[in-house]
Design a protein around this ligand. Structure first.
Ligand code: NAD
Length: 289
């Protein structure tokens, strides 16, 4: 019988821990504040930011929203991120991605790197991704943490496990692969240029898919008993939200699988909150656990 990994329940437990940590910070007279920067008026980005705001407020974290027009200049984004980085009342900064194509002089990586690495709660600056590669990271990208949390909820020891990571983006695939490798898994990273995806996925104990293609992973590509983590979020023409995995058929072969929605999405937000607390502690030289 397949185990459906309940991302909502796992996320609720992480969020409860964060709320306790935030309450302790406040009891010590501290203030913890998260700043989101939203450029343009993309409806999906607006929803993502609103969800982050609600989650912060529930956890007792102050939230401030900073908006810029979609046709603003790159240097305005950089100036805002630098200003927030210098603001001692701000503990965590997130630039909602992707930046609209209409930004004048758009350079997403340069914008991300304008964030003080100690406040980079997405873990995407060169400094924090470099630290992840060197196994010294505090602020690790939230989705990667969510994926590892989901996997370890059903398979606590990853030592020697064969993991296939489909996707190598800066925000999901690459940091997830690094984190899994740091936990002693044997990780194969597949991408658009991979010749025979099935040859790799068939050999995997654990498959993580983050490609943005509905039904990319089908039952014939999966060995019986594999753990399957679906990071994809795709909106079908009929409005339905689906992942990258043919859930109904893969679930018949897998030992455990995450649903979409209700899998990695809620965990990503929970670990964003966890990162805000980690950032606060780093700035106040408190010990992180
Ligand atoms: P991206 O477009 O930046 O990267 C996609 C990656 O998948 C690339 O490395 C590409 O080479 C690979 N890929 C694409 N098609 C492939 C194929 N046919 N075979 C093998 N590899 C293929 O996307 P991203 O930002 O990494 O996001 C991936 C998916 O995850 C999207 O659906 C996105 O919406 C979703 N996402 C979900 C969360 C969450 O919280 N659940 C967070 C971030 C992204």
């Amino acid at each position: 019988m397949v185990k459906i990994i309940d991302g909502k329940a796992l996320a609720a437990a992480v969020r409860a821990e964060v709320a306790t940590d935030v309450a302790a910070i406040k009891a010590d007279g501290g203030r913890i504040c998260f700043a989101a920067v939203l450029v343009g008026d993309d409806p999906a980005s607006q929803i993502y930011v609103r969800n982050k705001q609600k989650a912060c407020e529930k956890a007792g974290i102050e939230f401030t929203l900073h908006t810029l027009a979609g046709n603003c200049q790159q240097r305005q984004i950089v100036a805002l991120l630098k200003k927030l980085s210098q603001d001692k009342t701000v503990n965590g900064i997130l630039l909602q991605l992707p930046l609209p194509a209409t930004v004048v002089g758009r350079d997403e990586m340069a914008a991300i790197n304008a964030i003080d690495p100690q406040k980079d709660v997405d873990g995407l600056t060169n400094v924090n991704l470099g630290k992840l590669a060197n196994r010294t990271a505090d602020l690790v990208p939230c989705t990667a943490q969510g994926v590892v949390h989901a996997i370890t909820s059903v398979c606590p020891d990853l030592t020697g496990r064969n993991v296939v990571m489909i996707g190598r983006s800066r925000i999901v695939g690459r940091p997830t692969a690094l984190l899994l490798e740091n936990l002693n898994a044997t990780v194969t990273v597949c991408h658009r240029s991979t010749r025979d995806l099935t040859e790799h996925t068939k050999r995997a104990d654990i498959i993580v898919v983050a490609a943005g293609h509905p039904n990319l992973l089908t039952a014939k590509m999966v060995s019986r008993g594999a753990i399957v983590i679906d990071v994809g979020i795709n909106r079908l023409p009929d409005g339905h939200l689906v992942g990258d995995v043919d859930f109904a058929n893969v679930a018949k072969k897998a030992a455990a699988i995450t649903p979409v929605p209700g899998g990695i999405g809620p965990l990503t937000i929970a670990f964003l909150l966890r990162n805000v607390v980690t950032a606060y502690r780093g700035q106040h030289s408190l010990q992180n656990h």
